[in-house]
Write a protein that binds this ligand. Structure first.
Ligand code: FAD
Length: 287
């Protein structure tokens, strides 16, 4: 499969990238790792006339600690995340999740910015970013704004990005010491997108869940925060009854597509199981 023809642009600054996107309008798309966009172009599901390659923009690279936040440049690859000691120490769930994305070849090239800006419900990072309380920095010709990951996703491939804007960085609050975490992903084979996946971040106190956030991947046209499921386990020791309540509350907000990964009821059922497993594994890790 060969993509249609396009003009290639390689700006060196965010301002130039944003200007190109604004000037070229609907016909232009930002190009990051290309591991979602290029397959879509090969299938002619995307036919941009201009590609704005972000690889020349050094300001979009790097991972740094800023106060109580980890700030990740949009062009950091999944491989870069795995190599970061800061992330390994303060947000180990990011390593766990990145390792479940595709295979090393995709992780060498695919970026976190592309993963979260893509708007594909199958991408793993968006639900995790919502679970972690992350915010996205967006830059356009009219300036810079920050938006919570939880407010960014509006529909399948439909996000809060305005025409001409790019996502420049992701800011994630460092998780509290002793927290428990888990990303559980059911997939048909290594390298596949999730049939269902759940992210859990929690803290325990005196054997009971003190705080909890749960995110869901590929169980709706957008990533989801399962707030009622999290509430169902707070104050409990994760006994069987509260785990069941949490799974039921999570299943109640799921609306997955019936596709090659299974019918709706199956995907909701395994979605509930991912929530249960992630809660149990996170609690076992909490100190
Ligand atoms: P690109 O493909 O370059 O861009 C994707 C979209 O985001 C485009 O619309 C582009 O214009 C836009 N975009 C990119 N960067 C920005 C930015 N900074 N600002 C604004 N818009 C931007 N992903 C998973 O999460 N889980 C998986 O299990 C998984 N499995 C995969 C298996 C295979 C075989 C392949 C090829 C890919 C898989 N992926 C998976 C997708 C992969 O993680 C992609 O790399 C990722 O979805 C997109 O990142 P990218 O850097 O490649 O972005």
């Amino acid at each position: 499969m060969i993509p249609g023809s396009f003009s290639y642009h390689r700006p060196a600054t965010v301002a130039d990238a944003v200007k190109l996107l604004a000037d070229l309008g609907d016909e232009a798309r930002a190009l990051a790792g290309g591991h979602s966009l290029v397959p879509m172009m090969k299938l002619r599901l995307a036919t941009p006339s201009h590609l704005i390659d972000l690889h020349g923009v050094t300001a979009l690279k790097g991972i740094r600690r800023e106060g109580n936040n980890i700030v990740i440049g949009a062009m950091a690859t999944q491989h870069d995340l795995l190599g970061s000691k800061d992330i390994g120490q303060s947000l180990p769930i990011l390593h766990e999740t990145a390792l479940l994305i595709a295979d090393p070849q995709v992780r060498y090239r695919g970026t976190i910015g592309g993963n979260v800006a893509n708007g594909d419900p199958g991408n793993d990072m968006p639900a995790l970013m919502m679970t972690l309380g992350a915010s996205y920095r967006l830059e356009g010709t009219s300036g810079t704004r920050d938006i919570a990951a939880a407010e960014f996703y509006q529909g399948a491939y439909f996000t809060a990005l305005e025409p001409g804007e790019i996502l420049t960085a992701i800011s994630i609050p460092v998780a509290p010491a002793g927290h428990g975490y888990a990303y559980e992903k059911l997939k048909r084979k290594v390298g596949d997108y999730a049939t269902a996946a759940a992210a859990v971040m929690l803290t325990m106190s005196g054997g009971k869940v003190a705080t909890c956030a749960i995110g869901l991947t590929n169980l709706h046209e957008t990533p989801l925060l399962a707030a009622d499921a999290a509430k169902a386990v707070i104050g409990t020791g994760l006994d069987a009854a509260s785990l069941k309540k949490a799974a039921q509350a999570a299943e109640a907000i799921m609306a997955p597509a019936a596709d090659a990964r299974g019918p709706v009821e199956y995907r909701k059922h395994v979605g509930g199981i991912m929530v249960t497993r992630a809660l149990q594994r996170a609690a076992a890790r909490a100190k």
